[in-house]
Design a protein around this ligand. Structure first.
Ligand SMILES: [Zn+2]
Ligand SMILES: [Zn+2]
Length: 242
């Protein structure tokens, strides 16, 4: 089957269009050029620091907020190329890009703080989409990314969250408006709960997975309901720091 598809669509790099023979979505050169997040960055939200730091960095995003997760880390910073890949997955429905983005997301798991999650096999919990959006998009990009991360990291994929309230698009809202918008938007799935009532309580922690971390309000709303359900430790993994 693969041979047939390769014949129809010769494999090319999704960014530069050069020919590929190794079954990857990106050529080595394009992949290496993508801006990975490397130290120094905010220990809470993964925002990269530029310039010299002396003493503790006053992260503009995390100033005066306390999140319901321990820390969030993205694999890459936003740039034209990384945004293009995420937007094509999300809005262009190019589901095949989840493979490359999930693989890139795994880069962040090298951070020492994810060590315990990997050792204790914390479940990967994707940020859910509302049913109505799922109908138009056909898939949840966070879930597709989490599925790839699960395959590579050997952490279980657990879709225990659901979006119970449709929220309007968040991009033009301030943080305060986003928080209000997201209040009560998420819940732990009841059916999942009944099937495995103790599983969430028993899990030492979970890794929330999303495509982009911008202000953190979406993952924070998810973390809040997971905490309420008895999850003690929550880390956040995303592909991009928006
Ligand atoms: Zn390329
Ligand atoms: Zn921060």
């Amino acid at each position: 089957m693969k041979l047939v598809l390769d014949g129809l669509y010769p494999p090319i790099c999704e960014l530069c269009g050069c020919g590929l023979s190794d079954g990857q979505a990106l050529c080595e050169e394009c992949s290496e050029k993508l801006p990975r997040i490397v130290s120094p960055f905010c220990e809470m939200c993964g925002e990269s620091f530029t310039g010299m730091i002396d003493g503790s960095f006053d992260c503009p995003n995390c100033k005066e907020i306390s999140f319901h997760f321990e820390f969030a880390l993205a694999a890459m910073n936003r740039c034209d190329e990384t945004l293009e890949l995420v937007h094509r997955l999300k809005y262009g429905r190019e589901i095949h890009l989840a493979g490359a983005l999930g693989k890139l997301a795994c880069g962040a798991l090298a951070d020492r703080r994810f060590q315990i999650a990997l050792e204790q096999k914390w479940p990967l919990v994707p940020v859910p989409l509302h049913q109505s959006r799922l109908r138009t998009r056909h898939f949840n990009q966070a879930e597709e990314i989490a599925r790839v991360v699960a395959g590579i990291s050997e952490l279980p994929l657990v879709k225990c969250l659901t979006r119970v309230r449709r929220t309007e698009t968040q991009t033009r809202l301030t943080r305060k408006q986003r928080m209000e918008n997201l209040r009560k938007a998420f819940a732990v799935r009841e059916t999942w709960n009944k099937k495995k009532p103790a599983a969430l309580k028993g899990a030492p922690g979970v890794v929330l997975v999303d495509d982009v971390f911008t202000t953190g309000s979406t993952v924070d709303a998810c973390a809040k309901v997971l905490r309420k359900a008895g999850v003690k430790r929550i880390a956040v993994l995303t592909v991009l720091r928006g």
